[in-house]
Design a protein around this ligand. Structure first.
Ligand code: HEM
Length: 257
């Protein structure tokens, strides 16, 4: 039977249940299409892991995610640590249960049905789906990874988008961003996605656009567009939940720092 990412209704024991167990560091999972480019993130984390071998991979990956959001001006997420690490490639899930951004979707005719299939399975509702989608306020899509977007845009050219704390440059240039200021975590994604007049070099996947079409998603997307505070509140909850799916804690209950 195929091993899928976390399923709230599955009785599979850890680590077969999937979730935040660090198995992404192993092949074949790191080479899955939906993980294209994430090897670069692992390479950035490796020296930290080498320096602090007592910190597990699952914790380190989740810590990096929450720290990056905070550094980029986003909310402080109520994290806890002590996740047990998957230890072998046999713990990897099979390819195919992460979301696709554009048709054809493997399991549905519409992007909204696809999003619900993927995220309801993990235990999220519409609120979690729309809030988590807002993470696309950060970052870019790259042609050589997902195949989405353009080689380079005016927002992602060399030196255009300043890093946090005023440091110059955008790291490696290229790709298409969802928002003009794509190193800042704010609610601008919810303004650009529904704006038909926004710059044509900004990216909108079918799964982004459907948030402003589907009648269950629309009120939430409008709420987050109107209030960054409301977005941050719901984002914090959804991110924490995503970061803890399937985790086994050592010590039991985890460690708060
Ligand atoms: C809702 C379903 C989702 C779809 C269809 C989706 C799709 C994508 C795609 C196609 C890319 C471009 C990857 C590349 O070319 O490098 C991407 C990037 C990204 N995604 Fe998602 N994603 C989804 C959910 C999420 C969630 C839940 C988060 C975090 C909470 C997230 C955070 C990001 C970030 C930060 C990037 C930028 C990566 C970079 O700059 O290298 N996405 N996503």
């Amino acid at each position: 039977m195929a091993r899928r990412t976390f399923n709230k209704d599955s009785a599979e024991p850890w680590p077969r249940c999937g979730g935040a167990n660090g198995s992404i560091r192993f092949e074949p999972e790191i080479n899955h299409g939906a993980n294209a480019g994430l090897v670069n993130a692992l390479q950035l984390l490796q020296p930290i892991k080498d320096k602090h071998p007592e910190v597990g991979w699952a914790d380190l990956i989740q810590l990096a995610s929450a720290a990056a959001i905070e550094q980029a001006g986003g909310p402080v997420i109520d994290m806890k640590y002590g996740r047990k690490d998957a230890t072998t490639p046999q713990c990897c899930v099979d390819e195919g249960s992460l979301p696709a951004g554009n048709a054809p979707f493997p399991d549905a005719d519409t992007p909204q049905a696809h999003l619900r299939n993927v995220f309801y399975r993990m235990g999220f509702g519409d609120e979690g789906i729309v809030a988590l989608s807002g993470a696309h306020t950060l970052g870019r899509a790259k042609k050589d990874r997902s195949g989405e977007g353009a080689e380079c845009t005016k927002f992602t050219a060399e030196g255009v988008c300043p890093r946090g704390a005023g440091a110059p440059g955008c790291g490696k240039p290229g790709g298409s961003a969802w928002t003009p200021n794509w190193l800042k975590f704010d609610n601008s994604y919810f303004a650009t996605v529904p704006d038909e007049g926004c710059d044509s070099e900004l990216l909108k996947l079918a799964t982004d656009k459907c948030l402003f079409v589907d009648e269950g998603f629309l009120p939430l997307a409008q709420k987050y567009k109107a209030s960054q505070e409301a977005f941050f509140e719901d984002y914090k909850k959804a991110h924490k939940m995503l970061a803890e799916l399937g985790a086994v804690w050592e010590p039991e209950g985890g460690i708060t720092i």
